[in-house]
Design a protein around this ligand. Structure first.
Ligand SMILES: CC(C)[C@H](C(=O)O)[C@@H](O)C(=O)O
Ligand code: SF4
Length: 488
């Protein structure tokens, strides 16, 4: 086995050959598919009379267009119904497993892969979606691909790619109260910029990262692409293995192992123990060399929010919004435009910024832990008058687990709308949209102009507990100033 970074090792192990273009051809371990980016690729396959090469390595879900309210078919929105019907037609009879809304497993593609144990360390994972970087939290090499690459993967199980450089981002120290993984990644992108990672994959390391659970690591890897890096990962460790043990892929392993038998379904009882040495072997070696190393003091990170219209325009909650004149020439104009759109002034802080909508959802922050933390804050409090607050769980499994704990009741009692899983107001491809110039406190990952469905809408990105605090006060709020902040 080759030495070096996880990236080098996983790349080398999946490399089939070098192509005449100079790119490498990589074998793909898992191909995730959703309704928005797959139809054209399936169409190209059909035109050539080709079949899906590895249906057992392919998994589909519906997330972007799916309504989060009434899901009776046909969907009220004709475009949504058509996309759903097309996905169904494409996967039906192909052998591709489909986590559809009747399966109990439907959800945002980057939530369902990990929770079903499809996402594993040392794998190559692709999806026609930029936030595929999320799966790197497990020590997988995971990246978003475009339509022609989706076609290639469907037809051959391989993808052509150029190798990237590796930047280690070391987050040292311990996080303060009320500071979460989301604040770490917003801080990283704020420091390195939205283009800072172009040409790199990010390896997140250091004490603050190691101490995070898998949910936090996923939130961080999820936003790698917002920092310009095609992929991001965390080396697998005991936290990773503990999570995996609980998933469908391995949950019976130990029990089966004890009885020493194979199940009727053909599951291998020793699968977990058999795979673990491989997972351990692909972690970055101590003496590995990086193309770049950046160190960030985790103990200095505050609850962090965006003040502008890119995920790189961020400030700690007590930090002043920058004066565009003080920024580099490159950033000046975008900052000016962003401040005009957001109606913020240099020198002010974001604390106290009025919001109309609180959105707790998306593949960045709609997992059980996110909902638990927000619910713990919301319990006994009420959503402010005039604030439209909604929780959109990341998947049906997250929804069910949250309901089993009574989190839905806590949210509903406080005045939140409790909805069905999907991308929802993260990008407003369904009915969940900002109206007019509404401002939202959002746990999602993009604050581009128009992102949440209205061209004048204003999005402030923040952590789930900060969304909960904003929902309650009707303003961007320093969660540390409120009593009883519980992180679970
Ligand atoms: C629809 C899809 C192509 C897109 C992406 O690639 O990220 C979406 O998920 C997003 O977050 O903007
Ligand atoms: S939740 Fe948002 S970021 Fe994630 S896949 Fe859906 S639209 Fe993209």
């Amino acid at each position: 086995m080759s030495e070096g970074t996880l990236y080098d090792k996983v790349w080398d192990q999946h490399k089939v050959t070098q192509l005449p273009t100079g790119q490498d051809q990589l074998f793909v371990g898992l191909h995730l598919v959703h309704e928005v980016t797959s139809p054209q690729a399936f169409g190209m396959l059909k035109e050539r009379d080709q079949e899906v090469a590895f249906p057992e390595r392919t998994h589909a879900t519906v997330d972007h267009i799916v309504p989060t309210g009434n899901r009776d078919r046909p969907y009220r929105d004709e475009a949504a119904e058509n996309m759903m019907a097309e996905l169904e037609a494409n996967v039906r009879g192909s052998g591709i497993e489909f986590s559809d809304p009747d399966s109990g497993n439907q959800g945002i593609v980057h939530v369902i892969g990990p929770e079903q144990g499809l996402t594993q360390p040392g794998m190559t994972i692709v999806c026609g979606d930029s936030h595929t970087s999320t799966h790197g939290a497990f020590g997988a090499l995971a990246f978003g691909i475009g339509t022609s690459q989706i076609r290639d993967v469907l037809a051959t199980g391989c993808v052509a790619m150029e190798k990237q450089k590796v930047r280690k981002i070391e987050v040292t120290g311990e996080l303060g109260d009320g500071v979460t993984a989301k604040d770490i990644i917003l801080t990283i992108i704020g420091k390195l910029g939205t283009d800072g990672g172009v040409g790199y994959v990010y390896e997140y390391a250091g004490e603050a990262i190691e101490k995070l659970g898998m949910e936090g690591r996923m939130s961080i890897c999820n936003m790698s692409i917002e920092g310009g890096a095609r992929a991001g990962y965390v080396n697998p460790d005991e936290t990773t293995y503990e999570w995996l043990k609980e998933t469908d892929a391995f949950e019976d392993s130990e029990a089966q192992s004890a009885s020493g038998s194979r199940t009727e379904s053909g599951d291998d009882p020793e699968k977990f123990e058999r795979l673990k040495p491989y997972w351990e072997s692909i972690a970055t070696d101590d003496d590995a060399e990086y193309d770049d190393v950046v160190t960030i003091d985790g103990s200095a990170i505050e609850p962090t929010v965006t003040w502008g219209t890119t995920p790189g325009q961020t400030a700690g909650i007590t930090e002043p919004i920058p004066d565009p004149d003080d920024l580099s020439e490159e950033d000046r104009d975008t900052a000016r435009r962003a401040q005009k759109h957001m109606r913020v002034e240099p020198g002010d802080t974001m604390e106290g910024y009025d919001i109309d909508v609180a959105f707790l959802g998306s593949c960045t922050n709609a997992r059980l832990k996110d909902l638990r933390e927000a619910a713990a804050f919301v319990e006994g409090r009420e959503v402010a008058d005039d604030v439209r607050a909604m929780v959109v769980p990341g998947s049906q499994r997250v929804r069910d687990a949250a309901e089993a704990e009574g989190l839905d009741e806590i949210f509903k009692t406080a005045g939140f709308d409790w909805r069905e899983p999907g991308c929802s107001m993260c990008l407003g491809m369904n009915d969940d949209q900002l109206e007019g110039d509404e401002a939202s406190a959002s746990s999602s990952n993009r604050n581009f102009v128009g992102r949440q469905g209205s061209k004048d809408g204003r999005t402030v990105l923040m952590s789930p507990i900060m969304v909960a605090a904003a929902a309650v006060t009707g303003k961007v709020t320093d969660v540390r100033e409120m009593e009883e902040v519980a992180t679970v």
